[in-house]
Design a protein around this ligand. Structure first.
Ligand SMILES: *Cc1c(COP(=O)(O)O)cnc(C)c1O
Length: 434
């Protein structure tokens, strides 16, 4: 398996290079040179496979034996994919794919855990530990921290803005311990990110540490997101009614992985790019012009993105041809009033509690279904509703049950190093960090 950068398709790189580097030097995005299809036999007999086996076969198809031998790929998969992705059917033609059963209760666990395992694998012959720096505005830090927890040879330092993440998010970052260190910065998310960026360019730090990032566009986060599209298909009782995936989207990694799954032979009739008011991609699908703009705050805040970083990957998959891309993807955007209405409707009609991100996906499929009744929809539910408990309880007038692993955090003690928004303070500490 070789990869190219979307900005220089002729030059090929190894998987190790792409995973350890995250971003190519030319600021493009790494893409697999080819996306092979799975054997038809596999798709037809998919019901016989467990989620780990599906993940293994899909990964094996994308990742060559030369890049990671089978004997190493199997344990990587088994450690990364160790929680289920069940489908809940609300109607015969309406299903919810629950992607929140991992440690941080969001679908980002799939990407973060696989990335942690592959980085650790590629790092194992190194003498020095790899030190990963992450700046987070909330959710990414929790998923990345939990993903890398106890990973040999890797230490993770998470910088977060003091007072600007929710209490539970803060607990998710600051109670992991072991190889995960939280730093509470007296500043904003942008300040945290600026410190991380400066550290990567700092020669003094390079002499002491091997630094790396856990970038959200690392190819090792994209690959595992293809797995659950197959896992969803496996669970459908009726496999003949055309399948529509409605994907609540922000940076569009999730949807890009779905498009790759389709290339690999998964029978998908249609994808829906479901967004909140940050609807740059639905606008592009409608008009053919891609016009990024500053993001606005919404209830589904993990999708508040004004210039989605995976857009170039989608564009690349369709050879920058609008006519092709709009055949596979339909775009729809909804504002907060509609999102609230969606949460309420799902609860009243189906007695199912959906989070604000999933609600956007639900609204999009419902609208699509009016014009396309002979289809079945799979809504990707990207976070557990208890992560957005205030918004959700407000709409459904019922208490949302908090899963034990989240509820337990309340009683755990926060451990974080507090620093001022001062690079030299951070640097002095990092130089001594062991
Ligand atoms: C990150 C996130 C999204 C958006 O996923 P993308 O791959 O960036 O499009 C949607 N929902 C939740 C809960 C998320 O955390």
């Amino acid at each position: 398996m070789k990869l190219y950068s979307t900005k220089s398709p002729k030059q090929l790189h190894s998987l190790k290079h792409a995973v350890m580097k995250g971003l190519p030097d030319d600021n493009g995005l790494f893409m697999p040179e080819s996306i092979p299809t799975l054997p038809i036999d596999f798709i037809q007999s998919i019901a016989h496979y467990s989620i780990e086996e599906i993940a293994y076969h899909v990964a094996r198809t994308l990742i060559s034996e030369e890049a990671i031998p089978s004997s190493d790929l199997k344990p990587i998969i088994n450690k990364a994919v160790n929680f289920p992705a069940p489908i809940v059917s609300l109607e015969n033609d309406l299903h919810i794919l629950e992607l929140f059963h991992g440690p941080s209760l969001a679908f980002k666990d799939f990407g973060a855990r696989f990335m942690a395992q592959t980085m650790s694998y590629f790092n194992q012959k190194e003498e020095k530990d790899l030190v990963i720096l992450v700046a987070t505005s909330g959710d990414t830090g929790g998923a990345v921290g939990a993903g890398f927890l106890n990973t040999p040879g890797i230490k993770v330092i998470i910088l977060y803005p003091s007072g600007k993440v929710s209490d539970l998010q803060e607990k998710q970052l600051t109670t992991l311990g072991n190889n995960i260190q939280a730093i509470e910065v007296n500043g904003t998310f942008d300040d945290c990110q600026a410190m991380v960026k400066r550290a990567f360019l700092d020669q003094d730090l390079k002499e002491v540490h091997r630094l790396s990032s856990a970038n959200s566009i690392n190819i090792a986060r994209l690959i595992p997101q293809t797995f659950y599209y197959f896992e969803a298909y496996k669970q459908l009782k009726d496999k003949s009614t055309p399948i529509v995936f409605s994907v609540p989207s922000g940076n569009f990694g999730n949807l890009t992985a779905g498009l790759m799954a389709k290339r690999m032979g998964l029978p998908v009739h249609q994808f829906i790019a479901a967004t909140n008011s940050n609807d740059v991609v639905p606008q592009y699908l409608k008009t053919g012009s891609y016009i990024p703009r500053p993001s606005v705050r919404t209830l589904s805040n993990a999708m508040d993105v004004g210039n989605p970083s995976n857009f170039d990957r989608m564009d690349d998959l369709y050879c920058s041809t609008w006519n092709n891309i709009k055949k596979d993807i339909i775009g729809k955007g909804y504002d907060d009033t509609q999102t609230r209405q969606g949460i309420k409707e799902v609860f009243e009609k189906y007695n199912y509690t959906i989070d604000p991100h999933g609600a956007v996906g639900y609204l999009a499929y419902k609208e699509y279904q009016k014009d396309n009744p002979n289809t079945q929809g799979i809504i990707l539910e990207t976070a557990h509703p208890s992560k957005f408990i205030d918004t959700v309880e407000n709409e459904i007038n019922t208490k949302v049950t908090i899963p034990t692993r989240l509820a337990e955090l309340k009683h755990k003690e926060k451990v974080a190093l507090f620093i001022e928004n001062d690079y030299s303070q951070f640097k002095d500490w990092l130089i001594k960090f062991k």
